[in-house]
Design a protein around this ligand. Sequence first.
Ligand code: X8Z
Ligand code: ZN
Length: 600
Amino acid sequence: MKLFLLLLTALPLTAQTVPEALSFLERAEKELLAASNYANRAGWLQSTYINEDSETQAALANEQYIKKVIVLSREANRFDRLALPAEAARKLKLLKLNLTMVTPSNDAESTELTRLVARMESTYGSGKYCRDAATDKGKCLDLVQISNIMATSRDPKELADVWQGWHRVGPPMRKDYTRFVELANKGARELGFPDSGAMWRSKYDMPPDAFAKEVDRLWEQVKPLYVSLHAYVRRKLRDKYGADVVPARGPIPAHLLGNMWGQSWENIYDLLAPTNAAKAYDLTKILKDRKVDELEMVRYGERFFSSLGFAPLPKTFWQRSLFVKPGDREVVCHASAWDVDNDEDLRIKMCIQISEEEFGVIHHELGHNYYQRAYKNKPYLFRDSANDGFHEAVGDTVALSITPEYLTQIGLLDKATDPSGDIGLLMKQALAKIAFLPFGLMIDQWRWQVFSGQITPAQYNQKWWELRRKYQGIDGGPRGEEFFDPFGKYHVAANVPYTRYFLAHILQFQFHRALAQTAGCRGPLHRCSIYNSKEAGAKLNAMLEMGTSQPWPEALAAISGKREMDATAVVDYFARSRSGSTNRTRASPPVGSCAAHGPS
Ligand code: X8Z
Ligand code: ZN
């Protein structure tokens, strides 16, 4: 029997035929769909009912899915030299790139790895800061509560306290994370990749090294904007907190930016509002004053997509989604969107807060759901976004249309604010979007180096902070290796690649610029809303429907007419409007002479 098997595998490759490849793909897609649906259900349970059992089941279902992909990928190798129709060739390529994490072939190690990842996510999800664990048990703060303090407190001592408190979640997980890196790399190598990071970089329809360079190129395009914003914010924070707390030069202390990771600074707009800005509206206050609840916030989002011509969300979306943090159990509050049956069982999972920031996050999540529904009729291997940045960009693109005019149209504002005060509007957007860019970049700069071994476990924290200082110009104070601060971010704990968000923060402006033009908007980009534009909706949908059936430059061309990711749309959006010229029609302004420097 063994000899027979050996002979079979040694058969010449030419023995394979195109019909065999096509029928292999048909079977593969059927098996993957079933395994994916099962893993999604188990994953949903794990995230919405954190306990030992749901964690074990989710790990098992995930392991089964991963093993299925690995077995099929190996089988697919036999078609490598066959001239196949383009669609089948793309499917085979996507099959081999399907995984974010590969389990090693050794069964014990495979189980160990999937259990580790499930435990890391649960640990993060149920993480708490108990000020004094011994005496203060009832008063532990979860991440939602801590984030509210980060957003609203202006007491630097309190901010430093909760910032440090949350980061206590990391050290106990350092050993697990180290082992996770070892095992995930072992699996990636068995599948032919140098390491897990190289595998992640292989998913962009270009050589992995070229992708890394592409990311650097995009960063150089936007860096001058960030450097200016950083300098301005540091100055304002120094005015507010004093020279003892905020230095005149160098990095900004990490706890003062209104967000745990300093990834979005919109929550401290009140400290930074330009003096010549008209008083900006406060959407958080409007939502609270009008007693808009969590569900109604989601309905606003749905109505926007409906205005573009998308069908309403299915009834099950409203029945099965998690909108509010339950009081009786632990859940993973980090927002996510699901397509549980790869068909119409769409859901979001969020612990919605009534705030402007969360209003944006709702649109972000719905963008995922509408994307998922748009490509659901494609074959299984094409049911994904053009690249992962596209998935993250869709809802944000729609949210860029939340303009004063739009808010007036839907009755949340009485009167659109006067354009003479737009510097305030733009500042607020910059605090959300420009501030995010270096963070979106640095997380995977860290992980790519961790996976490649360039950063060793003994340097995890030191290198993390070197990158945060280099890209973000943000400092956490003395944070030696007794800490493990990367684990304080969801995507590190849950092993979700992050460069996608950096790309999304470029792409969403490209999409917005193109759709605004389709919608006939001639004004400044930051005042353009595609609300009610069926033409813009049709154009967006045409791209969404493609799924991942074509390389991403084709999808980008379908919506923007261009095949390159291009940050000039970001620069256009933030360009100063002058009478007689707008920031949409104006050529890109010079990017400034500080382009060569990081924040210093
Ligand atoms: O994780 C998310 C979404 C879910 S895909 C809420 N975002 C990143 C983050 O929160 O760190 C959206 C922007 C960046
Ligand atoms: Zn997302």
